[in-house]
Write a protein that binds this ligand. Structure first.
Ligand code: ZN
Length: 234
């Protein structure tokens, strides 16, 4: 684990990257890491993401109570939920990737379906948590069950939350979501994406397991379908 000073700088860099890459508006989103002692470092409430300085990053107790450095992001409870549910999570990135959010506004769950081999083999299906009122416990509770078995979750009408062993690991999943959402959006304008044939999904998932690429998201390595779905649903 890097020292706190380095991690503060990395949070600033990732927050800026989120803004530069169009994953958030200036004050949207939030980024956190878990320290060795369980405390969290998180972006400050209302901070302009391309102007934040390392010393503005807020240190909180494991439950999100600030220890120093002002007011933590209002969405800190979403981060706390991820750390509570997963011992393997060292960082959380929350953003509003526009194309992926548009899918949730339109009620399309295409990101759950095995359409793009690269996504199937790496991240897997991306579930959408039901809408929760921002600023209330509904939001963190909406992702609690899903984050146990998914490294990336969309939140209906809101954004994405991605977890990883470190900041870059979490951030790369955010890019994966938005990049693939853009491809799927274009496919929708061309008549709609076609799910991969079952046998191709099977073969791909076997490869994924063999290469050690198995993601935590909810594609079943046995049936190739997101949990709760059967091939006839596609
Ligand atoms: Zn948000």
């Amino acid at each position: 684990m890097s020292d706190e000073r380095t991690l503060r700088k990395q949070i600033v860099e990732i927050a800026r990257l989120c803004w530069e890459r169009g994953m958030i508006g200036a004050i949207d989103g939030n980024v956190s890491v878990r320290l060795d002692d369980g405390d969290l470092l998180v972006t400050p409430s209302g901070g302009i993401k391309f102007l934040i300085e390392p010393e503005q990053i807020v240190r909180t107790a494991p439950d999100g109570t600030p220890r120093s450095g002002g007011r933590a992001s209002t969405e800190i409870r979403m981060h706390v939920t991820c750390y509570q549910e997963r011992d393997d999570v060292g960082a959380v990135v929350h953003a509003h990737p526009p194309t992926a959010v548009a899918f949730s506004l339109a009620g399309l769950d295409t990101l759950m379906k095995p359409v793009i081999p690269e996504l199937v083999a790496t991240l897997g299906a991306i579930p959408t948590a039901p809408y929760g009122t921002p600023g209330t416990d509904e939001l963190p509770e909406s992702i609690r069950d899903l984050i146990r078995c998914a490294d990336a979750v969309l939140m209906e009408r809101h954004g994405a939350v991605c977890v990883g062993k470190d900041l870059l690991d979490a951030y790369k999943k955010l890019e994966q979501i938005e990049h693939n959402a853009k491809i799927l959006y274009m496919a929708h304008t061309l008549g709609g994406p076609k799910p991969m044939p079952r046998e191709d999904v099977d073969r791909l998932l076997a490869t994924r397991e063999g290469l050690g690429l198995k993601g935590n998201n909810v594609y079943c390595n046995h049936c190739g379908m997101p949990r709760g779905m059967s091939p006839s649903d596609l």
